[in-house]
Design a protein around this ligand. Sequence first.
Ligand code: OGA
Ligand code: ZN
Ligand code: ZN
Length: 392
Amino acid sequence: MIDNTAAFETAGYSSYPVTHRPLRIEPGEDSLRLAWEDGRESEFHYLWLRDNCPCPQCVSSLTREQLFEICDVALSIRPETARLSDGYLEIQWQGDGHSSRFHPGWLRAHCYSEQARAARHWQPEIWDKAAIEARLPSFDYSDMMQDDTVLLRWLRQLRDSGISLLRNTDTTPGTLKQVAERISFIRETNFGTLFDVRSKPDANTAAYTTLRLPLHTDLPTRELQPGLQFLHCLENDASGGESMLVDGFRIAEHMRQEYPDDFEALSTLPMDFYNKDRNSDYRFRGPALVLDGQGTVIEVRFANFLRGPLDIPADQVVRHYRAYSTFIRLTREARFQFEYRLVPGDLLVFDNRRVLHARRAFDLQQGQRHLQGCYVDRDELLSRIRVLERSL
Ligand code: OGA
Ligand code: ZN
Ligand code: ZN
């Protein structure tokens, strides 16, 4: 059995266990076919292989960044010799005679057959009220802080379902910072590094009043909406103030099926989002539903109270309002809503670019309500997962 990496064999820091060995190769015109012992086949193009040569001439041993540029070889590049040796694919190239050696675990992990690409494609775990009530992802604060395996489980869960509850979190103000830094950098904004969500006499946003907040994402007014949102409950004995969460991907899929024209309107017509304050003026223009090249919904951008006047062609205005109203009506439907009353020590974390959140109005005559919040971008979450996966 071949060892997991030797980092320099793969130009990175991850390890690639060899779960299957290559059996034979079959060189073709501009690619070779590699047959694995489990019957799978991979096609690797010569250009792709040459581009991915991990040798120290092609990849810096210090930074592990590529030095080689593909334009320095002919597009018609092909091997002088190609063979399997002790499980490795070894190629000596025509022309300059450069040699490349590819680790089998790395090759298998980067196979780009349709089957392999589909298997690597990330799929969210989409939920509605029933699904999330049946299994709300919950973790214990101390376990997560002390144990990296729990941390990794928590973060993967957040990535996939977009929601989680950390329980028994220390209610000392500022604890949130340590939790967020367990992942990585906090995303600072005009609301601060940590923000205090409570009723304030000089409120600059609806969140800092006792008013109801309809379902929304935070900071749709920014080019990049914050990825993860943290809401840490320090006090909550006021009456009202219950939280509601809705999986925006679920609503979008429902719209696509049941109201295709509304879905198309919300995914193509731009909306204007404004965050006006005394010393700042953030604005962003973009559709409420963001699709990738394959038409998959990858982001939801939505806050009724942070909109500017609509600025689209006149013949699209009524169409937009119809679609926008459909979306809001759907988010209000009980079958999609997870309702939860935060108790002190609860720390709710969710994907703000996917999950909409809301709260009921509250009344401070009987008690207090104080949450602390912050943001951590999705990039930080995903990077942390990958680094933890290197060793766990
Ligand atoms: C917010 C927010 C929810 C709450 O601060 O953005 O939505 O429960 N707060 O107060
Ligand atoms: Zn090389
Ligand atoms: Zn909010």
